[in-house]
Design a protein around this ligand. Structure first.
Ligand code: GLN
Ligand code: ZN
Length: 785
């Protein structure tokens, strides 16, 4: 049975590419040195795959920044603003490439970067192709050819990987009116065909065309585009073997389009959608054809060991219908979304052997693919029975391990009552109560939680982690930072204060480290965009909160002031979304476990005198399933998880939530259903446009639309923020309007933060005067409801 791989992580197991590209951008290494590091990574990756025993090894899956950007350069889809950089010399290619990725600002040239957005429902971000009405395509970057030749020199005949033509168009955006990007297919195909012919003439026998849009909701026109594209490609290349890769979802109704395409092999993601196998095997025309089927059985997006017994059943089903020669084995999708190598996790104090034994990273996943293929071959089975037994033991031990399964936690989730999802009184009643008890001024000012993370604070945490300073000393220094920040906020004149989050490295990691059921890796890096990598924590077992996680800091902060200090927590969906999640129970169950842990924290904060508590959920939208039909179910449990975390408190206690990077139009009902007393959102960059959804829906609760962009050091003026607030007042009743920045301030410096917040406070004060009320909101009767 042929084994293959769809793509391997490009950052290097020690993040070599990150380091090299950042050095190149900083001007400390040359183009040639960067090229050398890239070549070393590619060589290493090919060798790893070869050593693992993978037969069809991909090329062109490497990328200096992003594979969609690579495709744009391959096709000459370079937006006009970068044309000044083209001078016909190929050495300019890299300048254009990074200009599109990151923008350029030097020597009198000032060009903005291309937009970046999420790659389907992963945490990887790609550079969005930009198209114009008379978009021309031509062969520009020869990267795909060069890397194919590079591997050939090493004696490896690879399977070049390209983003398929239809998905490429669909990934992009029309930059002017009057055309639809899918209509560009006719211009685009000749370039694809030219490149494919070139690859074939150089000896390629297989190519992989990634068409993940085949698992999305498609229009009739888009479906036809697939037919046209692949017929034309087939006609021009009757002999080249084409592997059409789909992943991340079920093909659903598109399966008929997919099997009818004139390609040689179809890859299905059987981890995300196991039922696709029986669907495709039930299509007579497919079975009667000579097409290959690639089974994506090893999870490319998570870190758990494959369950061989289960996978072998899938393989057997496929082989029974198609015969061994027509079945290929692979990971479910590109391993881009997996960390590189579990062997690098050597510190048992960080990752115990028992838990490590349940995991597989990219390198290990390839071995799994190979072992599965050996186990499914009659002649090789015996030789690999030991591996099967080991795998079964690991999988079994995970099913019963006391590390994972905490009966008390399961019991608690099972006994959650309907009433646990709701506050006692309705928002309107709570608001009336909170207006009186909190007695805040009209247009209250606040911030989103974090304050500048200076080198000193980072170093303090790092030294504490390494054991270089005592616990007492650490607590003292964090408290000093909190006390200073409280004093500073009072001076600035903010109404609702925060403690500053100096003790947090990251808003998920901080909680993960204190919850049971969580574990961390040392090298489990995954590319997020360009040189940026994240190291998601791992939820391996039932989640529980052994002791309070934030109460100490919040109560300390509160003890330093007469004003209110907001308790600051990360919400259950964001914690879930930014972690590797266990795959042995539905995500919803894990979300509820986290929600209960956060609920306990909320209740404890209230008990200790904290009157306002914020539960951040910036990732709620990211969790949306790819297909519309599945959105409702997700949103329902996501909203419930939030409500479960927030509803354990009295009516007097004000619950805030915060969201950024979110489009709200299509989910506004569910945002309202969170029933947070106050929501703060990011709106300044869109000039309050993002508020429209809230206005149209008549969002009933209080809201703080961000009045300044925290992503830049720029200090906005009082007038600018006043204008934004007045704009907000056109659609939000005065009593419901809060004044705050777009997001947390941890990436900023104190200096600009102080100026910006002072201006923000002044803007709010000016507005109060205009509304004739410098009194508390409770006394103010000028608002219309
Ligand atoms: N409370 C967090 C902070 O201020 C929120 C961060 C976020 O929304 N991404 O940093
Ligand atoms: Zn935010």
């Amino acid at each position: 049975m042929i084994t293959h791989n769809l793509g391997y992580p490009r950052i290097g197991s020690k993040r070599e590419l990150k380091r090299a590209s950042e050095q190149y951008w900083a001007g400390t290494i040359t183009k040639e040195e960067l090229a050398l590091v890239s070549r070393q990574i590619r060589t290493q990756n090919w060798k790893i795959q070869q050593n693992a025993g993978i037969e069809l090894i991909p090329s062109n899956d490497f990328s200096l920044y992003d594979h969609v950007l690579d495709t744009s350069l391959m096709l000459g889809a370079i937006p006009e603003r970068y044309h000044v950089l083209i001078d016909g010399i190929s050495s300019k290619e890299l300048d254009i490439y990074f200009a599109m990725a990151r923008g350029v600002q030097k020597e009198g040239v000032d060009i903005v970067a291309s937009e970046m957005t999420k790659w389907f429902d992963t945490n990887y971000h790609y550079i969005v192709p930009e198209f114009v009405k008379n978009q021309k395509f031509y062969r520009y970057s020869e990267k795909a050819i060069i890397e194919f030749e590079e591997a050939k020199q090493l004696g490896i005949l690879t399977k070049p990987v390209l983003v398929g033509p239809v998905s490429y168009l669909l990934l992009g955006k029309e930059k002017e009116e009057g055309f639809s990007r899918i209509d560009l297919l006719d211009q685009l195909l000749p370039v694809y065909i030219d490149i494919l012919q070139d690859l074939e003439s150089r000896g390629a026998t297989w190519v992989q065309l990634d068409e993940p849009f085949l698992v999305m909701d498609l229009t009739q026109k888009e479906r036809e585009a697939f037919e046209v594209a692949y017929q034309k490609i087939r006609k021009a290349l009757p002999h080249l073997k084409i592997l059409l890769a789909t992943y991340f979802e079920c093909s659903g109704e598109n399966i008929h389009t997919t099997v009818a395409l004139p390609v040689d092999c179809i890859h299905l993601d059987l981890v995300r959608c196991p039922s696709q196998l029986s669907d495709i095997l039930a299509i007579d025309s497919f079975v009667a054809s000579e097409k290959f089927l690639s089974l994506g059985l090893v999870d490319g997006r998570n870190i758990w060991k494959n369950d061989f017994t289960k996978s072998l059943r899938f393989i057997e089903n496929a082989v029974t219908v198609l015969g061994e020669n027509r079945v290929l084995l692979a990971p479910s999708c590109s391993l881009l979304h997996s960390p590189c190598d579990l062997d690098l996790e050597k510190n048992e104090a960080v990752l115990s052997l028992e838990i490590k034994n349940w995991m597989a990273f990219a390198k290990q996943k390839l071995s799994e693919v190979v072992v599965l293929s050996k186990l499914s071959g009659a002649s090789t089975f015996a030789e690999y029975t030991n591996q099967l037994l080991e795998n079964q033991q690991a999988v079994e031990s995970r099913k019963v391990s006391a590390l994972i399964h905490r009966p008390a936690v399961k019991q608690r989730v099972a006994s959650v009552q309907k009433a646990d999802f709701s506050r006692e009184k309705s928002f309107a009643e709570r608001q009336a109560i909170q207006l009186k008890t909190l007695n805040l001024p009209l247009f209250p000012t606040t911030t989103i939680g974090s304050f500048p993370q200076t080198a000193d604070v980072r170093q303090l945490r790092a030294r504490y982690k390494k054991g270089e300073i005592s616990h007492e000393n650490y607590v003292k220094q964090i408290e000093d930072a909190i006390a200073l920040s409280i004093e500073w906020q009072e001076e600035i004149g903010l109404d609702v204060l925060v403690h500053g989050e100096f003790e947090r490295n990251d808003m998920v990691e901080y909680f993960g480290e204190q919850l049971s059921g969580y574990v961390f890796t040392q090298n489990g890096w995954v590319q997020s965009y360009g040189s940026r990598c994240v190291k998601p924590p791992v939820i391996y077992g039932d989640v529980e909160r052994p002791v309070p996680m934030t109460v100490q800091w919040s109560t300390f902060a509160q003890s330093k002031t007469q004003k209110y200090v907001k308790g600051m927590l990360t919400g259950p969906i964001t914690i879930l979304q930014w972690s590797f999640v266990r795959d042995d129970q539905p995500r919803k169950d894990t979300a509820y476990q986290i929600a209960l842990a956060i609920r306990d924290e909320v209740v404890d904060l209230e008990k200790e005198g904290i009157k306002i508590i914020q539960i951040d959920e910036p990732a709620i939208r990211e969790g949306l399933p790819l297909r519309k039909a599945n959105a409702e179910a997700y949103l329902n449990w996501a909203v419930n998880a939030f409500r479960l975390s927030a509803s354990g408190v009295r009516n007097e206690t004000q619950i805030h939530t915060h969201m950024c990077y979110s489009e709200f139009n299509d989910i506004i009902e569910h945002i309202a259903a969170l029933d947070a007393d106050v929501i703060t959102i990011e709106t300044s960059r869109s000039q309050m446009e993002l508020l429209d959804a809230f206005a149209e829906f008549k969002y009933p609760n209080e809201i703080g639309p961000g009045v300044y962009d925290i992503h830049s050091p720029r200090v906005p003026s009082v007038t600018e923020m006043e204008i934004l607030l007045k704009k907000a007042l056109e659609v939000i009743p005065a009593r419901n309007l809060w004044v705050n920045p777009d997001c947390g301030l941890k990436t900023r410096h104190w200096e600009e933060t102080e100026k910006a917040l002072k201006n923000m406070v002044a803007a709010s004060e000016n507005l109060r005067e205009l509304h004739g009320s410098t009194q508390s909101v409770a006394d103010y009767d000028g608002f219309s409801l």
